[in-house]
Design a protein around this ligand. Structure first.
Ligand SMILES: Nc1nc2c(ncn2[C@@H]2O[C@H](COP(=O)(O)OP(=O)(O)OP(=O)(O)O)[C@@H](O)[C@H]2O)c(=O)[nH]1
Ligand SMILES: [Mg+2]
Length: 221
């Protein structure tokens, strides 16, 4: 039994906090100046930043509790979106794909950025966010267009602003990751029923998360 499995077993037996549980990795992606860093800083530090230099690539951590389960989030703040390492995308579990609803060109970049994510992981958990909602009187992208595009890309959609509470934005993407883990767990359990097994690898984290959430009992229903 490896460390991940031990953590999972502890979790199933009633503990809600696993000190050695690996972080849930989120990436915030979008065109330049859409407000990626402001969203992250508001969430992590509780304040909308006065000014932000253009980001190269930065990481920060924050712990959250969702449905009695504690998660450590590792959030990667990216720059313009053209310089990510493929490996960073492959390692991420969930994505915030952000555009500025006052700037149509940033919305038009969403499909291209989604394509990059999709190439790295076809089933990635992606939350499309139209940002700067506080300036909606200057909007160039309607809620309907944002929603339709997200639906076309197979993503969940919302509008936000870093000027108010953004915890719901990050909790939404964590929920998407959990839902995806449940789906994977169901698929892998039906594969096992057919005699197919997977050894460790990229799925082991999802397996652990699924176990942590007691998903085995859901699968057996
Ligand atoms: N009105 C308003 N302005 C915002 C909001 N979010 C960010 N801004 C402003 O938009 C500008 C860019 O914000 P950043 O958070 O640096 O954007 P970014 O996407 O991280 O930018 P890069 O790292 O350069 O790609 C700054 O002047 C912010 O103050 C928002 O929700 N509402
Ligand atoms: Mg930035």
């Amino acid at each position: 039994m490896d460390l991940l499995e031990m953590n999972a077993v502890q979790a199933v037996h009633g503990s809600t906090s696993q000190p050695n549980q690996p972080p849930l990795k989120l990436m915030v992606i979008g065109a330049r100046k859409v407000g990626k860093t402001a969203l992250i800083k508001k969430f992590v530090d509780g304040e909308f930043p006065v000014s932000n230099p253009t980001t190269k690539e930065e990481r920060c951590r924050k712990s959250i509790t969702l449905e009695n389960q504690k998660y450590t989030l590792e959030i990667t703040d990216t720059g313009s979106g053209d310089t990510w390492e493929d490996q960073t995308i492959k390692e991420a579990h969930g994505f915030l794909l952000v555009y500025d609803l006052c700037k149509k060109s940033t919305f038009e970049k969403i499909a291209e950025l989604h394509d990059k994510i999709h190439k790295a992981d076809a089933e990635a958990a992606v939350f499309v966010v139209g940002n700067k909602l506080d300036r909606s009187d200057e909007r160039e992208v309607s809620t309907e267009d944002g929603s339709k595009e997200a639906e076309r890309l197979g993503c969940k959609f919302g509008e936000a602003t870093g000027k108010t509470n953004v915890e719901w934005v990050f909790l939404t993407v964590v929920k998407l990751v959990v839902q995806r883990a449940i789906k994977r767990r169901e698929l892998s359990s039906s594969s096992r029923d057919m005699g197919v097994t997977s050894e460790g690898g990229a799925d082991s984290w999802f397996e652990t998360l699924a176990l942590c959430l007691g998903i085995d009992s859901i699968v057996k229903q």
